[in-house]
Design a protein around this ligand. Structure first.
Ligand SMILES: NC(=O)c1ccc[n+]([C@@H]2O[C@H](COP(=O)([O-])OP(=O)(O)OC[C@H]3O[C@@H](n4cnc5c(N)ncnc54)[C@H](OP(=O)(O)O)[C@@H]3O)[C@@H](O)[C@H]2O)c1
Length: 286
């Protein structure tokens, strides 16, 4: 992350997902240290609240990154930014559901936002990122991008894809002045997790971070330039064990399967009775 604070030309960060949860906390943390934010999201009211808090520092970009016109608006905003220091891509969607109960539309909506639109958006942002001598691109992944978890098959697939993308692009951009970084938060208390998921995490004694805590880790990573970071303990250990002895994690998760199935199926029934639309594409996707 660019060091100078309160200089004549504070750096600008384009933050997607700035209308909620982790992205919003990152945008606030950046503003709190005197830097500027181009805040991207679909919900104008949530973005307006951020701008009201930091009127001199926040520029809004109301855009749906799943649409070509939305991505074009984000790219135009980045190209017009004064002193663009980097992009933090936190926009994403999730659905806790067994694959057998997930609709084609929900699978497509999830992969669309988390993978296809993300890759297309990043490709479009590369010229703006390459304009300064140095810039940063921080992609927000997940523990489930390294450890496939029952009830999150499609989401895990999307975050594994994101992690692979971050690694490959980091290598592709070496020497171009763009530092591609990847941050994997563990479970975090945001609107992404409906109450049933919070109850599920509580039932399994899963620690949930606050979005502010994740934001501080993101800022630290931007400052240090660190390539990749997994948050949380014992999540770091589980990710390592999963890479080396995945059978151990298979066995550990098998013992949780009935709990996972009952919570995931309960959520699927609630979603079915409340809407026929793809649940992952709703603005508050809870
Ligand atoms: N919460 C967790 O437990 C957790 C754990 C690990 C990783 N993560 C990852 O962290 C990131 C942020 O998640 P969060 O927990 O902060 O979720 P969140 O509170 O639901 O926020 C998601 C953000 O993504 C934006 N977004 C979603 N679809 C979009 C679209 N089509 N176009 C533009 N913006 C879109 C939302 O904007 P609008 O609402 O305005 O549409 C919102 O600002 C995600 O990538 C997620 O996968 C979350």
């Amino acid at each position: 992350m660019s060091k100078p604070l309160h200089t004549k030309h504070p750096p600008t960060w384009l933050v997607t997902g700035a209308s909620g949860g982790i992205g919003q906390a990152i945008a606030e943390a950046v503003c709190a240290q005197g830097e500027r934010v181009i805040a991207v999201g679909r919900r104008a009211n949530a973005l307006n609240a951020l701008q009201t808090k930091y009127p001199q520092q926040v520029t809004l970009c109301v855009a749906d990154i799943a649409s070509a016109s939305g991505r074009a608006a984000v790219i135009t905003a980045a190209e017009g930014a004064e002193h663009l220091a980097g992009v933090v891509h936190a926009a994403g969607v999730n659905q806790f559901v067994r694959l057998a109960e997930q609709s084609d539309a929900d699978i497509a909506a999830l992969i669309e936002v988390n993978v296809i639109a993300t890759l297309q958006l990043v490709r479009g942002l590369l010229p703006a990122l390459q304009k300064p001598a140095h810039s940063q691109l921080l992609l927000i992944g997940s523990t489930f991008g390294s450890l496939g978890y029952a009830g999150y098959a499609s989401y895990s697939a999307s975050k594994f894809a994101l992690r692979g993308f971050a690694q490959a692009l980091r290598r592709e951009m070496a020497g171009c002045g763009v530092n591609v970084q990847y941050l994997a938060p563990r479970a975090t208390r945001t609107a992404m997790n409906p109450p049933a998921v919070n109850a599920f995490n509580q039932a399994l004694n899963v620690t949930m971070d606050s979005p502010e805590r994740v934001a501080q880790a993101a800022l630290k990573q931007l400052r240090s330039g660190q390539a990749r970071q997994q948050l949380g303990w014992p999540e770091k250990l589980f990710v390592l064990l999963n890479a080396v002895v995945p059978g151990l994690i298979d066995r550990a998760l098998r013992s949780q399967l009935s709990t996972i199935e009952s919570f995931a199926s309960g959520l699927a029934r609630t979603a079915q009775s409340s809407t026929s639309q793809p649940t992952t594409s709703q603005p508050n996707h809870s």
